[in-house]
Write a protein of this length. Structure first.
Length: 477
């Protein structure tokens, strides 16, 4: 284990050639994956040269190799973080026992469900984003989109590896189904709500990578604590890639705020006439994507979450750190709000039952940090507007506040009152159309669409006017 085999059909550091049966099974899944990628991957760019990083090892600093590649030739590989000697389970009822190198029989169903649910999000996001290349605001952004896409493809590989190697025939069937479901398809949708929402413009893409991918970070972080060692090590390595996706989202939105501020300062407050994104529309996008992402954390009070924790399957964010002094979580309680007879009441529930909420609260803190940064840009430009996260009761489709007409401040309204202000809270058809009208394709190196500021620096220390993608016309030039 640990040796990297880069020249095999499937690059890996799991000694795949030492397990012929597994290798054959994965090699027969591979062409189906490529077919799916050609059908559902980025439309219109499959033959272009994109400046991408590829994982080639898991060593710190050394794992990312940058070069031009055509996306269908990307080397999707299977990489696990290095095994830790004598690692033990560090939370839940089996604390102190050795981690499992096989799936325990009585946790098989749960682990399969966890892995399938995580795995399903990866191809889903590629499907959601497949048309965005056609209106990319720069070559830099285009390249970032495709980097995210190929890595989501690799994350699917990561989960499929676990299914194939630990779950026998059921696992292989689940792996097939990953390529059958389709984002937004009525008959065969992806498993989770936010992964069936259309992403038709770059503002939605940045909100997705900021808020929805960030849910992914917290889910992966919780699984990186798992007592099932292969899952923990797989997700640990996924997290290193995920960091770039979150960077794309957070800095993308920051550049939108920056540009809108510049336009407002130049033109006396008006951005719409000058092709920028109005801040109220940005706020509505935030409201929509943030609330949809909160739904992904599941029920606030959850017996499943309690048993995942008890069983050592899924920990808290940074469970194995000084953040917590009690890793049993048998004592203690957590306060959960719910609606009772039209009023919000706060209940204490046993801590283990609140694990979804505990994870979500860490996520919310992380989102708030980004909001503070964006608001600092507004202040620095003397723009009298503050962006904010809506209340966690707003626009929910899962959990204790699902389907209730709360406003962004968390006040319960009548349905009529909510309907009357709905268009001030969430994007309208007109907002979406306006944003779409801003989405022009820019292909000249170093140039950026009018609605977004350039980033502070390029990728992998390359200049901003670097050829982050080469199309036929560039190659000829
Ligand atoms: Fe991912
Ligand atoms: Fe991601």
């Amino acid at each position: 284990m640990g040796n990297v085999a880069l020249d095999e059909k499937i690059p890996n550091n799991v000694n795949l050639s030492g397990d012929r049966k597994l290798q054959k099974a994965l090699e027969s899944w591979q062409p189906n994956f490529i077919d799916w990628w050609m059908d559902m991957g980025p439309e219109g760019f499959q033959q272009d040269q994109i400046y991408l990083r590829t994982a080639v090892s898991v060593e710190r600093g050394g794992w990312a190799h940058f070069d031009y590649v055509k996306m269908p030739d990307y080397r999707w590989g299977i990489f696990l973080a290095p095994a830790e000697q004598d690692r033990t389970i560090h939370f839940g009822d089996e604390i102190g026992r050795p981690v499992w190198d096989k799936v325990p029989g009585d946790a098989r169903k749960e682990l399969r469900r966890i892995i399938v649910t995580q795995g399903d999000t990866e191809p889903a996001s590629v499907e959601q984003q497949r048309l965005l290349g056609n209106c990319a605001p720069s070559l830099y952004d285009l390249r970032n989109l495709f980097q995210v896409n190929v890595e989501e493809g690799r994350h699917l590989w990561a989960m499929v590896y676990l299914l194939h190697s630990f779950f026998g025939r059921d696992g292989r069937e689940e792996a097939e189904d990953m390529l059958v479901r389709r984002s937004g398809n009525v008959d065969s949708p992806r498993i989770l709500g936010a992964f069936n929402k259309p992403i038709d413009d770059w503002l939605a893409f940045f909100c997705f990578t900021m808020f929805t991918d960030r849910d992914g970070k917290y889910q992966l972080a919780a699984l990186a604590e798992s007592g099932f060692d292969a899952l923990a090590r797989t997700t640990q390595f996924m997290l290193t890639e995920e960091a770039h996706h979150l960077f794309v989202g957070e800095t993308g939105l920051r550049r939108v705020v920056q540009r809108s501020c510049e336009l407002m300062n130049e033109h006396g407050g008006e951005v719409r006439e000058h092709g920028g994104i109005p801040l109220d529309i940005l706020q509505k996008y935030i409201n929509e994507w943030y609330s949809a992402s909160l739904d992904l954390f599941g029920a606030e009070d959850s017996s499943n979450a309690a048993s995942y924790f008890a069983r050592g399957l899924k920990g808290r964010f940074k469970e194995n750190s000084k953040r917590y002094d009690d890793h049993l979580a048998l004592e203690g309680s957590y306060s959960v709000e719910r609606l009772e007879n039209g009023r919000i009441v706060s209940n204490e529930i046993p801590l283990r039952r609140a694990m979804n909420l505990v994870l979500r609260d860490a996520y919310v803190e992380d989102c708030e940090r980004a909001l503070l940064r964006w608001n600092r840009i507004l202040e620095n430009h003397n723009v009298d507007f503050q962006l904010s996260l809506p209340s966690d009761r707003f626009n929910r489709h899962q959990g204790l506040f699902a389907g209730q007409p709360f406003n962004c401040q968390g006040e319960l309204l009548s349905q009529e009152a909510y309907d009357a202000i709905r268009d001030q809270l969430l994007p309208t058809e007109a907002d979406l159309n306006y944003v779409r009208s801003c989405m022009v394709r820019v292909t000249e190196p170093g140039k950026f669409a009018n609605w977004i500021a350039p980033p502070r620096k390029g990728i992998n220390n390359q200049p901003l006017d670097f050829f982050y993608a080469k199309f036929d016309e560039h190659v000829r030039a």
